[in-house]
Structure formats: structure tokens, C-alpha cells
Ligand binder design. Structure first.
Ligand SMILES: [Zn+2]
Length: 479
């Protein structure tokens, strides 16, 4: 366990007032103010001052932000955190291999302690990368013991989390109406406040009877939002959207994950509901849910937020999400123009908007925008300092939004504050038991490998490579 003392012997006790000094501050407030050489003061978990040469209360920890960018904590609105113990295992998968592995072979092998292991690793990874709020899209909760383990892990890490409760082994209308589920909700979630939010994770299969309605009714009765994988080629499509819409099961709190491969009619329905789309560009690009949808969503004015989906393939930092998302969107703009034999001279999507999606957009999607997502006086203090004096990446600082989206990486995350508490300082995580995370991850990996057998384990990681088609070359090589 890391001690709460800085390298200079300074006490980093929880609850101590903090002041970031002389940073380049991306407020992400209503007018996206960018402030040079400015301070951000945090007292009692709240941002109490933003400006130059602010007086700090006695005992405040001074954080030197010179040469750095101070920005709101990033927000990941969809990650299957329980799968993190399988980190990179599915790096060469498509969605088909994922479905076989998780639904048929593998998903039901996870014990509560395996859910704990994945969630613990994922939660630590998130705060290390400056992701201060993560939605745990937890669809492996076969029993409420699994759900208890998920919450135990989230509560062991000083981050802000939202448990999106799901169970891929049973129909949503069954588990959501069970007394065990409601008991779990009352025991572990109800009244927890903003550090542990709750959603129902429900996918709509598109059956005309719409049996999922029962689960949507449970969500409404509990007053919690629904998050749903929508517009996933081969799984959920326009029919799912139509059923949700026509049965009154969409609202501005609904989060539509991926939202690719949908008709204009579906996008109109989503836009009319006021709900948000959580785009996981790295996922859509490799797994094949559909072309990353920001270029479409922007046409329909659907609010956008970002997500990383699962560490079976991808990492839990939002720098990768921002970078792949802007690349996919711009790629599409060029591609569409080239089909018309036109040339794009000005890009539609700017880095500033992508930083908005990674911060304020996520907060809005989760109904947390009055609390977090921007640096404004009165908001809870979820703050990230990007700074690295040992890296050439942090100078010169000319275009801060461009710097965040296309230059910075995890190694630039110097300091992370969540709800006013330091969780990372001078590139070092505080109060994190990495040895424990490592040992529970190892135990989960050896359990899963032994359950499946070594052959199936190795085969699962190395899907067949289809035969490659080579073009006939009309030319021959000559010296
Ligand atoms: Zn997902």
C-alpha cells in the first residue's frame, strides 16, 4: 500500500485543501473557457476558486501545474470491468469470437472472486489514467454474490463509479424482478450518493412481445437509468429501438452504447428521446458493431460520450478513445467526400468537441453534469493534471485541446483528484494495493485456464486466420 507522503515528505492526507498553481486550465464550462497561468482551488471536496494568484487556506497542498494542463477528470460510460483479468486475451477477436467465448464457453465460469479481480484491476487502471468516473457495465452478475463482489472491488478504490447491473446468463425480465436483485439494490446501492451510481444494463433482442418491458419498469420504479447495447450489427438493431421508443422506454437518461448500424429513423427516435450515445470507437473498429457512429450522431444532434468497452481487447484510458474517435470521424468525412469526387478542405470535427465528449458529455449522459464533468466553482472536484517534465511530449503547449486528444498519453497523467481527494500524485498512485490486484488476477487466470483446459485456452486466444486473397500481378520483376 502506498503511503500518503510525497517525495518531498509532504503529507497527502485525505481532506487536505489543494491548489493547482499556474496551470493551463481547460475548464470545459458552458463556454469552454481556457485559462492560462491559472489556479484551481479545492476545499472540502468542492472547487472553490478558479483564477490567478488565488489566496489558499492555511495548510493547503500547493501543486505546481506549470507546464501542465489542468482538466476535468475523464468519464468512461461503458466498460465491462469484470473482464479485465482477461486483459488483451481477445486482441485478435471479432465480435463472433467474443460471443462464443463469453456466452457459450466462458462467461459462466466466472466466480464472484473473478468478478472482484477484474473490477479491482479495471478500477485501479481507470484512476491511474485520469478516468475519474467509470460505468461498470457489469453483465456477468450471475448471482447477487457476484454483484456484491463487483461492489466490494469498486468500493476498494477511491474512484467514482456507476454499477450498470446486468446478467447475460438470464433474461433481464427474470433477474431484474427477482427478490434477490431488489434486496441487493437496497443493501448495496440505495442511498450511496454520487460515488456509486446505478443503472440497469439491458439489451433488447427485438422480439415483438417486448418482454424486456418488465426490466424497464423495474428501472423506472427504482428511478435509475437504463444503458443498452444498441445498433450492434447481428445483435440489436432498428427493431430494438422501435420497440423501446413505442413502449415509452426511452428517456434523456438512457444511454445507447455503440449506436452504429442504425437507420435514420432510429437515430431520429434516439434524438427525440434526449438520450445519449456512448461510442467505443476502438471496439467498433475491431469487433464490427458498425462504423464508429459519431459522424452520424452529429448529423442528428444526438449527445455523445465515449467508452472503452472491455480490456479483453483495449485499455481503460480515454486518450486512446479520443484519438481513435477523431480519426474514425475524420476518415469518414474524407471517404464520403471522395465518393463524390470532392476534397475536404475543412474538418467538421474539432479536438475541442472530442474533449467535451470525454468529460462533460460523459457527465451529462450519466445525469452527473451538475456535479462533475467541468471545472467550475461549486462542482465536486474531479481534476486531472497532465504534466511530465521528463517527457518531450509536454512542450510546447500551443493548442491545448489538440494536445489532449493527439499528443498526451497515460504517462502524462501526473495528478488525479477525485471528489477532492488525491488518488495520484507526482505520477504515483496512492492507497492502491497493486500486489493484491496482481495476486487476485493471477488466481482468476489460473481458474479460468484450468476450467477450460490448456488447448481450449490457447485456441481461444488464437482464432483461425482466413486464407488471404492475393491479387494477380500483371507485371514481372526485372533487374
Ligand atoms: Zn459492451
Amino acid at each position: 500500500m502506498n503511503r500518503r507522503v510525497s517525495t518531498q515528505g509532504e503529507s497527502l492526507e485525505k481532506g487536505r485543501p489543494l491548489i493547482f498553481r499556474n496551470g493551463l486550465v481547460l475548464t470545459m464550462d458552458g463556454s469552454h473557457r481556457v485559462l492560462n497561468d491559472s489556479d484551481v482551488l479545492v476545499v472540502d471536496g468542492v472547487i472553490t476558486g478558479i483564477g490567478t494568484k488565488l489566496p489558499a487556506p492555511d495548510g493547503a497542498l500547493e501543486i505546481d501545474a506549470r507546464g501542465g494542463i489542468v482538466m476535468p477528470g475523464m468519464i468512461d460510460t461503458h466498460r465491462h470491468m469484470w473482464q479485465t483479468a482477461m486483459r488483451a486475451y481477445g486482441a485478435d477477436w471479432t465480435l463472433s469470437q467474443y460471443f462464443v467465448w463469453y456466452y457459450l464457453q466462458h462467461g459462466n465460469k466466472f466466480r464472484p472472486e473473478d468478478i472482484y479481480a477484474g473490477n479491482l484491476m479495471s478500477a485501479i487502471e481507470a484512476i491511474d489514467a485520469g478516468v475519474t468516473t467509470s460505468v461498470d457495465w457489469s453483465h456477468g452478475l450471475q448471482t447477487t454474490d457476484h454483484a456484491d463482489a463487483a461492489v466490494d472491488a469498486l468500493e476498494a478504490v477511491d474512484g467514482r463509479f456507476v454499477l450498470a447491473y446486468g446478467n447475460l446468463q438470464r433474461a433481464p425480465w427474470e433477474w431484474s424482478a427477482s427478490p434477490e436483485f431488489l434486496d441487493f439494490y437496497r443493501r448495496r446501492i440505495d442511498g450511496k450518493g454520487d460515488m456509486l451510481g446505478f443503472q440497469l444494463a439491458i439489451d433488447v433482442a427485438g422480439e415483438p412481445e417486448f418482454p424486456e418491458r418488465t426490466a424497464f419498469d423495474v428501472a423506472r420504479d427504482l428511478g435509475v437509468a437504463v444503458t443498452t447495447h444498441a445498433g450492434v450489427r447481428g445483435a440489436t438493431g432498428d427493431e430494438s429501438i422501435r420497440l423501446m421508443h413505442e413502449n415509452g422506454c426511452m428517456s434523456e437518461s438512457t444511454v445507447f452504447v455503440h449506436a452504429a448500424t442504425l437507420s435514420d429513423d432510429s437515430y431520429h427516435r434516439i434524438a427525440a428521446s434526449g438520450g445519449s450515445a456512448s461510442v467505443s470507437t476502438e471496439s467498433e473498429q475491431s469487433a464490427g458493431q458498425g462504423y464508429p457512429s459519431t459522424w452520424k450522431l452529429r448529423q442528428f444532434d444526438i449527445p455523445i460520450c465515449l467508452s472503452q468497452d472491455t480490456s479483453v481487447w483495449w485499455s481503460a484510458d480515454l486518450f486512446s478513445a479520443m484519438r481513435t474517435t477523431i480519426g474514425a470521424d475524420r476518415s469518414r468525412q474524407h471517404y464520403e467526400a471522395h465518393q463524390l469526387d470532392e476534397t475536404v478542405t475543412h474538418l467538421d470535427l474539432r479536438c475541442e468537441e472530442v474533449v467535451h465528449w470525454a468529460t462533460r458529455g460523459g457527465a451529462a449522459a450519466l445525469g452527473l453534469d451538475t456535479k462533475v464533468g467541468s471545472l467550475e466553482i461549486g462542482k465536486r472536484a474531479d481534476v486531472v493534471l497532465l504534466k511530465n517534465e521528463n517527457s518531450p511530449v509536454m512542450f510546447p503547449l500551443l493548442n491545448p485541446y489538440g494536445h489532449v486528444v493527439l499528443q498526451a498519453q497515460r504517462s502524462e497523467v501526473d495528478t488525479v483528484v477525485i471528489d477532492g481527494n488525491l488518488v495520484k500524485f507526482e505520477h504515483r498512485l496512492l492507497d492502491v494495493d497493486m500486489d493484491k490486484a496482481r495476486s487476485v488476477a493471477e488466481a482468476t487466470v489460473s481458474h479460468l485456464e484450468s476450467e477450460l483446459g490448456t488447448d481450449a485456452w490457447v485456441e481461444g486466444m488464437n482464432p483461425e486466420v482466413p486464407e488471404r486473397q492475393k491479387r494477380e500481378n500483371p507485371y514481372t520483376w526485372a533487374k
